[in-house]
Ligand binder design. Sequence first.
Ligand SMILES: NC(=O)c1ccc[n+]([C@@H]2O[C@H](COP(=O)([O-])OP(=O)(O)OC[C@H]3O[C@@H](n4cnc5c(N)ncnc54)[C@H](O)[C@@H]3O)[C@@H](O)[C@H]2O)c1
Ligand SMILES: O=C(Nc1ccc2nc(N3CCOCC3)sc2c1)c1ccc(CN2C(=O)C=NC2=O)cc1
Length: 476
Amino acid sequence: NEDFKVADLSLAEFGRKEIQLAEHEMPGLMSLRAEYAESQPLAGARITGSLHMTVQTAVLIETLTSLGAQVRWASCNIFSTQDHAAAAVAVGPNGTPEKPAGVPVFAWKGESLEEYWQCTERALTWPDGGPNLILDDGGDATLLVHKGLEFEKAGAVPAVETAESEEEAEILKLLAASVAAQPQKWTGIAAGIKGVTEETTTGVHRLYQLAERGELLFPAINVNDSVTKSKFDNKYGCRHSLIDGINRATDVLIGGKTAVICGYGDVGKGCAESLRGQGARVIVTEIDPINALQAAMDGYQVARLDDVVEQADIFVTATGNFHVITAAHMARMKHQAIVGNIGHFDNEIDMAGLMKIDGISRNNIKPQVDVWEFPDGHTIIVLSEGRLLNLGNATGHPSFVMSNSFANQTIAQIELHTKPAEYPIGVYRLPKVLDEKVARLHLDALGVKLTELSEQQASYLGVPVEGPYKADHYRY
Ligand SMILES: NC(=O)c1ccc[n+]([C@@H]2O[C@H](COP(=O)([O-])OP(=O)(O)OC[C@H]3O[C@@H](n4cnc5c(N)ncnc54)[C@H](O)[C@@H]3O)[C@@H](O)[C@H]2O)c1
Ligand SMILES: O=C(Nc1ccc2nc(N3CCOCC3)sc2c1)c1ccc(CN2C(=O)C=NC2=O)cc1
């Protein structure tokens, strides 16, 4: 059997064309390829990735291999794989669908949960052992290694019936089979891993929990909290992809309409700016007086959702909280009001409460766009079933945003691979000077001309001429 599993290899040519377009929009990654072409800092690295298998991720994968790494890949979400990107990665830039010569990738859109964990295991199972680095998004690859080792040490895998979730049941099923087939498999894999770099808040939270319990097996770099990752992901990514999602879903004219943004953090700030840019009158809701004051100073009305729910045309949640928009709110909305979430994955909008309303009916217009009709005949349009609308109704973040995130990932992988002595087991952020380096890598593409500090100015500020320029607690 071939060492990859994708939906359709014949999509590789289309995937390759989109990868070539994305490369132009990912100057951070392409600059790193040029900078390290000679020194090959990732020579000897065996990287297992668990991160959305998209066109942008394909550019990340081929950056890692161009720096000398061997790579195996799975997606970290059962729906997020772009099949043409996965096919192009498996075939490789010099291969053909008849003779694939790319990277082993195990991902397709619409995996079952069982298949998802099998793909993760295959990405972690190298021909002669395991990876020495993990590149994680949400922490599932890191979890599988920790659970596998735990059960091998205990001498048994708990019965599937003890699982408290479908996800846990699938993990137990998979580990029972793999430990039976190869009793010391996960002990061997865990022993070979030098560290993990983690993309998101969720995965970072899991790492801190493991570290606090003294169970973390290897050092971890928290990529999420690099300024050049989270500001881009949260503010500029959502500023771009919110209206991308709304337009693809409804093609409603945003100009002249009233829009409510719940939450004025980085995501809410990007969303408010985006809708204001389209000529909407934007109202913000907030629970935090500082963010509320910021919104007011930025010229937005700041109101309570209850007081404006009957007058707005568009509602977007960006709080990271749950049940921000309730069924009662939705029942009071204008006819054909648009409701979407770009914040926490699936519970900012109370969809379960909506479905329970007597006499409610759902009419699916097209994938990820539903019209819900209330007993009184008025309807609302709910996007992506209350899940992240910029992913369900659009294609997530644009390449330039991901170039910032993935340049952090690449630099973090180089750190762990080349400076293991500097990273004893624990959770780290990249040093600020490397965060600044990611920003530097993106300036030429935007025609930015940076001003140089003179020696006198540098000593006046008390910072090195070459940076870092800010204190660790500085808020950009
Ligand atoms: N869809 C995407 O592509 C994407 C990208 C990045 C982050 N996110 C998610 O978006 C969410 C927000 O991210 P962020 O960086 O802006 O977080 P943040 O904490 O900076 O901002 C959230 C804001 O919401 C406010 N808030 C909390 N509960 C509220 C409520 N009930 N009503 C009104 N305001 C409330 C908080 O006071 C805070 O200011 C997180 O869940 C994050 O994971 C999504
Ligand atoms: O999650 C992502 N994507 C996604 C896409 C479709 C989809 N469809 C879903 N369902 C739900 C149930 O009903 C069927 C449909 S859930 C879902 C999720 C996702 C996140 C970050 C990046 C990061 N990223 C970019 O933003 C761009 N390149 C990247 O790597 C990608 C995808």
